[in-house]
Unconditional design. Structure first.
Length: 169
């Protein structure tokens, strides 16, 4: 019995020390062929479509993100081509969340006062569409989370890494 408890505790400890799971999620067409032709082309969109004005991203930032995604795809054997099999696009979106909670405040006054907290969340979305039909065949998304001492660009690159770790399906 004691041996079983030690084994279970050891397994739990190893699980707790392992790296956390990714927040990336994907959706894809199970009938799509992602391997026979690995050519793609970027879908060019105006800057406002890539990043809403409230996110205030410079064009050089967006170009760097695009190059990072291209590098990941190249490492997986995907190349740009004149007659591509896939169209690739990405977008960054930001949203402001407001949370209101009732609580007791005022150092012993006993009055109920609302506590309002706000937070913003940025989401990176990468889309892959069939070039012939222009129908989406794969979409991945993940929140862009800043960690201590990390730049915005590093956070977006990490989100892209997490998303594309699940491409192709």
């Amino acid at each position: 019995m004691f041996r079983m408890i030690v084994i279970i505790c050891g397994a739990l400890l190893i699980g707790a020390c392992s790296s956390p799971g990714t927040d990336a999620e994907v959706s894809f067409d199970r009938n799509a062929d992602f391997v026979s032709d690995r050519s793609y082309q970027w879908v060019e969109q105006p800057l406002e479509e890539y990043a809403p004005e409230d996110y205030r991203i410079r064009e050089s930032f967006l170009t760097t993100v695009k190059l990072h995604i291209s590098d990941i795809l190249a490492a997986k054997g995907y190349v740009t081509g004149e007659t591509p099999r896939f169209l690739v696009n990405y977008a960054l979106g930001a949203s402001q969340n407001v949370r209101v909670q009732q609580g007791i405040g005022g150092f012993g006054t006993g009055k109920y006062t609302p506590f309002v907290t706000t937070s913003s969340e940025t989401l990176l979305v990468i889309d892959v569409a069939d070039a012939m039909s222009e129908r989406s065949v794969w979409r991945g998304w993940a929140p862009v989370t800043l960690e201590s001492g990390q730049s915005d660009l590093d956070a977006v690159k990490r989100a892209a890494d997490e998303i594309l770790s699940r491409f192709p399906p």
